[in-house]
Design a binder for this molecule. Structure first.
Ligand SMILES: C[S@@+](CC[C@H](N)C(=O)[O-])C[C@H]1O[C@@H](n2cnc3c(N)ncnc32)[C@H](O)[C@@H]1O
Length: 330
């Protein structure tokens, strides 16, 4: 059992620094607040005699058996299931829950004291790619505010697609974009790429999605982040197949096409929107990079695009991955 020192809050920071400087702080565990006290984990192997003076000075107490009462501090010993935090709700997969319902609930509550609900993601469905969520614990929630890199995202969890594991990818693309570009985020969802990009660059993004709930969320997020956004965002609720009826041709400096199941069905749209040197970030699912490239080959020849690079972005299912192919218009 790990040991910890229980000390009044007002002395906690001073004591923590002292313990750290003398090699007593156990950084494997989390420092936890317990009402008026703070519980600071200390390493097992150092003799307690050495810190008795310190303890007395700060009116603290050594707890040698951190059991249930202090369980929360034992972050690294709790074995959380694979899960995603979206705002203050946790989402777990159906197969993770099976016979471990109570254990999962307890673990997630310990790790996230402000947790409002735990949902099980049963499957992703329909053209809007929304998740079918079943409440496992807590109160029903309809939307959350989720933070990524200091940006706040309004997410209607039952009616839009959202995957927090894409945040690094959203940021990576945003960093690549150059000031002055006109970017079309063709399947923008709640605007992960769009918001990161306009937070970093002076650009114009046309953010399009067929799902009006997704665009509503993006609008809410624009308002939440309005002081942080440098670029302009034009919202569009349209089927990407029909985008030619509302947008002029050849206007895009960059197109983001994150619809991995069917991004290969929109070549006419990409070509309509592109001029020479337009960049297209196309997301697609495959088992290997080789498979992906042989699948893409016929389209690239027919529609005249050249490959700049390929990157594995996320696991999709066992042995299948989401890749990003970066293309340039010839
Ligand atoms: C995989 S999600 C990607 C969301 C977002 N780009 C992201 O990175 O989080 C795909 C999105 O494409 C939208 N979509 C599907 N078919 C579409 C179409 N024909 N035209 C426009 N949007 C479409 C869905 O509503 C969904 O929001």
């Amino acid at each position: 059992m790990p040991k910890c020192i229980k000390v009044y809050k007002k002395y906690a920071e001073t004591l923590r620094r002292l313990l750290l400087s003398r090699g007593f702080l156990d950084t494997e565990y989390r420092i936890t607040i317990d009402k008026d006290y703070v519980l600071i984990p200390i390493v097992e192997h150092r003799s307690l005699d050495l810190i008795h003076d310190i303890i007395e000075k700060y009116n603290a107490e050594i707890i040698t058996n951190c059991t249930l009462e202090h369980y929360r501090m034992r972050k690294k010993e709790l074995k959380p299931p694979s899960y995603d935090m979206v705002g203050d709700i946790a989402i777990v997969r159906e197969k993770v829950v099976e016979n471990k319902k109570e254990e999962i609930i307890e673990t997630l509550k310990q790790l996230h004291p402000r947790l409002k609900a735990i949902y099980v993601k049963e499957y992703t469905t329909g053209i809007h790619r929304t998740a079918k969520l079943r409440l496992l614990w807590g109160n029903e929630v309809d939307h959350v505010i989720h933070k990524e890199y200091g940006l706040r995202f309004y997410i209607d969890i039952h009616n839009v697609y959202y995957n927090p594991r894409l945040s690094t990818e959203h940021r990576r693309i945003a960093e690549d974009i150059r000031n002055g570009e006109l970017v079309i985020d063709l399947f923008c969802g709640i605007g992960g790429f769009t918001l990161h990009a306009t937070a970093l660059k002076r650009i114009t993004v046309i953010a399009n999605d067929i799902n009006p709930y997704a665009i509503y969320c993006l609008l809410k997020s624009i308002i939440l982040n309005k002081k942080r956004l440098k670029g302009d965002i034009i919202l569009s609720i349209n089927d990407a197949y029909k985008i030619h009826s509302i947008l002029k041709e050849k206007i895009a400096d960059r197109i983001i096409a994150n619809l991995p199941h069917s991004s290969h069905l929109f070549w006419n749209t990409y070509n309509y929107l592109s001029h020479r040197n337009t960049i297209l970030h196309l997301y697609s699912i495959a088992s290997t990079e080789k498979d992906l490239l042989s699948f893409m080959e016929k389209y690239l020849e027919k529609y005249l695009w050249d490959i700049m690079g390929v990157r594995k972005v996320l696991d999709y299912s066992p042995y299948r991955y989401i890749y990003r192919v970066d293309l340039v218009k010839l």
